[in-house]
Design a protein around this ligand. Structure first.
Ligand code: FES
Length: 340
């Protein structure tokens, strides 16, 4: 039976299964502690047991100093709970609290989800997970190519498998390499994480996510994190895509809608195509109309938190419509990082 874990000094709590380590349970519930190896060797997940009993302490190489032993230090990645616990542990829930990391990963999987979008999954070494916050990005270095910033599409609940979405862009060396040359088990260096496109976890406002094309990647990470936190506010996803493209993870979005009473998925097609040749004024008007339609679908729109990912030039008109609806500036978070 699951037991309750209360964290001091924050007072937050999460439920943990006696068969799971405290670290795995915490990550599954969207709680971020400092950690790295997840196997008891680095000592980074050290915490203090204040009350309750553990069922098991898995073997570990990290050696506690004498004073740490007397204050009941434990490793969150090695300890499993028997009863409700109170622990003292520092939460790493801001970008400043997350250390910069450099990890050599291997390509685990390359998925051709459409003709022109690839989803790649990287696997870190067993002893070195990537610690990051939902919505952040990393720098990928592949085989002599210029390093490329990419948003992480997966959830911090699993720092060993990292997902990225890549669109085919002729003439772009990174994109062409992924589409033509990248092979499973190839080495990719990951450094980071970076960025502050993060969920405002203290807010209970309804949430509206707006993604354009593969800008879905960090939005997906944020949605998975929101779900892990078991927050109950309504969540709306608007995913904009050029009319010639397809919403490449449509089934995944529909499965959120089927599983969650508070989730609504809204795919939208726009006439974007190659933005260098498109009629910009027409496109801007179309985006304004789309934004007005979104606003009109929601009562009390000024109470929403909005997260937008896509090119800044594309979303500036949309953003203006949202801002004019009375929403406060700090309720709109935008990530316009260049990504393909
Ligand atoms: S000892 Fe390294 S994460 Fe727990």
């Amino acid at each position: 039976m699951a037991v309750s874990i209360t964290i001091q000094p924050s007072g937050r709590s999460f439920m943990a299964e006696p068969t799971e380590t405290l670290l795995d349970s915490a990550l599954r519930h969207g709680i971020s502690f400092n950690y790295n190896c997840n196997n008891g060797s680095c000592g980074k997940c050290s915490a203090r047991l204040i009350a309750g009993e553990l069922s098991e302490i898995l073997p570990h190489d990290h050696v506690f100093k004498e004073h740490e032993k007397t204050r009941q230090s434990i490793l969150l990645c090695r300890a499993k709970p028997r009863t409700d616990l109170v622990i003292e542990a520092a939460e790493a829930d801001t970008p400043d609290a997350i250390p910069q990391q450099t990890i050599d990963t291997l390509v685990h999987k390359i998925e051709a989800v459409t003709d022109d979008v690839r989803i790649i999954q990287l696997r870190t070494p067993r002893t070195q997970s990537l610690q990051f916050l939902a919505g952040q990005h990393v720098c990928l270095s592949i085989n002599g190519l210029a390093p490329r910033n990419k948003s992480i599409a997966s959830c911090p609940c699993n720092g060993m498998y990292l997902q990225f979405h890549v669109r085919e862009v002729p003439g772009d060396a990174f994109s062409e390499y992924v589409f033509n040359d990248l092979k499973p088990r190839e080495k990719i260096n990951v450094s980071g994480p970076y960025g502050d496109f993060l969920l405002n976890e203290s807010s209970q406002n309804p949430i509206l996510f707006v993604a354009f094309d593969t800008g879905m990647a960090p939005i997906k990470s944020l949605i998975e994190h929101t779900i892990a936190l078991e927050q109950n506010q309504p969540i709306f996803l608007y995913w904009l895509m050029d009319e010639s493209g397809s919403h490449y993870q449509e089934n995944y979005c529909r499965s959120w809608e089927d599983a969650l009473d508070n989730f609504s998925y809204n795919p939208i097609k726009i006439s974007y195509q190659d933005h260098h040749s498109v009629d910009i004024n027409r496109l801007k008007q179309e985006l304004k109309n789309t934004a007005r339609a979104i606003v009109s679908e929601h009562d009390q729109f000024q109470d929403y938190d909005i997260y937008i990912n896509g090119p800044a030039w594309l979303f500036s008109d949309m953003q203006e419509v949202f801002a004019n609806s009375g929403i406060a500036a700090d309720q709109i978070r935008i990530d316009s990082m260049k990504r393909y």
